[in-house]
Design a protein around this ligand. Structure first.
Ligand code: ADP
Ligand code: MG
Length: 362
């Protein structure tokens, strides 16, 4: 368990972290989400004892990181934003070096072998780190965090700079690790956090603006559900048909996609799932449904709402116009990058999805 109480970090006149408190329970995968410069790395560096705080307290399984750093650090595996790799060492040399540095007591060969198997770097074990691809290097970074079997893993933006396939591999790995470890994972990419984490803490300008389960955060704003259905059929009659379905509150069809084929925007009451009814009734009339999607609020929407200060009941704080613009730019960039990934299959971590197609080399 990690307890963060009233943590503040001041760099000169600048408050990078401003009186934040949160708790991470055993076995949880916590997403630490925030735009660039929000204070994620600063917080993680304090949690892991790399830098000191200006004020506040961090307890790792009850041990104060400042009072007893050696004992507290034993519980933590840390993958910093820039992994501390030595390019001229082989993976083997490096992991043995980390093993010594951590004064690890677990039988050496078996332990290092286990860790390599877990993060899938056994095939590059004797290669120099500088000859590895970015994806493999990141996994070597994960391996060093796992040496010594720490209960807690703290991973700072572990997928930055990776390609979509490598991102997926790391995500699946984190999910696997989450079964045996308590994990804090930071990211500025929302879909990343959504795909992996049970709970989310959102930080903006050094302050926590939301702290809840992924499910609750999504629920908080997704109660007005909308569907978009692309239907091939006579427009006025289709509208009448849809309006007759229980739970439908409003239908509009302004978007003609192909001659006679419209996108019908359907608003429904809370907890109304109209999909089956809609399909059946259209089929009865021999009209064709060419597409259907629900426009549930995504975490992207939520994140924007929260950081831009719209009326959301999770602790929203208004921000100025310049910040809004910056956030918009960051988020839209992140969304585009994440979009490619979210279209790929995400496994529950139990099955094999990782291929070694990048061969480990640059
Ligand atoms: P994030 O990881 O969320 O991108 P950081 O924790 O790296 O954010 O940074 C938070 C804020 O603190 C930023 O405004 C950053 O410029 C500032 N900052 C970080 N490290 C230092 C430092 N060593 N000296 C001065 N300012 C810093
Ligand atoms: Mg950072």
């Amino acid at each position: 368990m990690i307890e963060v109480k009233n943590l503040t970090k001041q760099y000169g006149a600048k408050k990078a972290v401003d009186n934040i408190s949160f708790t991470v329970n055993d076995g949880e995968i916590l997403g630490f989400l925030g735009p660039n410069g929000a204070g994620k790395s600063t917080t993680m560096n304090i949690l892991t004892g790399y830098i000191s705080s200006t004020d506040g307290e961090v307890l790792i399984n009850g041990i104060d990181i400042l009072d007893n750093p050696t004992a507290a650090k034993k519980e933590i595996g840390y993958l910093p934003e820039i992994p501390p790799l030595y390019p001229d060492m082989s993976v083997k040399e490096y992991l043995n070096f980390v093993y010594d540095l951590k004064k690890c007591r677990i039988p050496r060969e078996a332990h290092i072998d286990d860790v390599c198997k877990l993060v899938k770097i056994t095939d590059v074990y004797n290669r120099l780190i500088k000859h590895l691809s970015k994806g493999y290097r990141q996994r070597v970074g994960m391996a060093q965090a796992l040496i010594g079997n720490p209960k807690i893993l703290i991973l700072d933006e572990p997928t930055v700079g990776l390609d979509p396939k490598q991102i997926l591999d790391i995500r699946n790995l984190i999910k696997r690790l989450g079964k045996k470890h308590t994990v804090i994972l930071s990211s500025h990419i929302l879909s990343e956090i959504q795909a992996v984490c049970d709970r989310i803490v959102i930080i903006n300008k050094g302050e926590i603006v939301a702290d809840d389960t992924t499910e609750n955060l999504t629920k908080a704003v997704s109660d007005d559900l909308r569907y978009t259905a692309r239907i091939d059929g006579p427009r006025e009659e289709v509208i009448k048909l849809i309006k007759g379905i229980r739970g439908v509150e409003d239908v509009t069809a302004e978007m003609e996609r192909e001659p006679g084929i419209y996108d019908y925007e359907i608003e429904v009451a809370e907890n109304s799932d109209i999909r089956r009814d809609l399909f059946k009734r259209l089929a009865e009339r021999n009209w064709y449904m060419l597409g259907l999607r629900s426009n549930e609020m995504t975490l992207e929407d939520i994140f924007l709402k929260i950081t831009m200060g719209s009326d959301v009941k999770v602790g929203a704080k208004p921000v100025d116009e310049k910040t809004q613009r910056e956030l918009m730019e960051q988020v839209s960039g992140a969304v585009m990058a994440a979009d490619a990934v979210s279209r790929m299959k995400i496994s529950d971590g139990s099955e094999e999805t990782e291929s070694e197609s990048d061969g480990g080399e640059e």
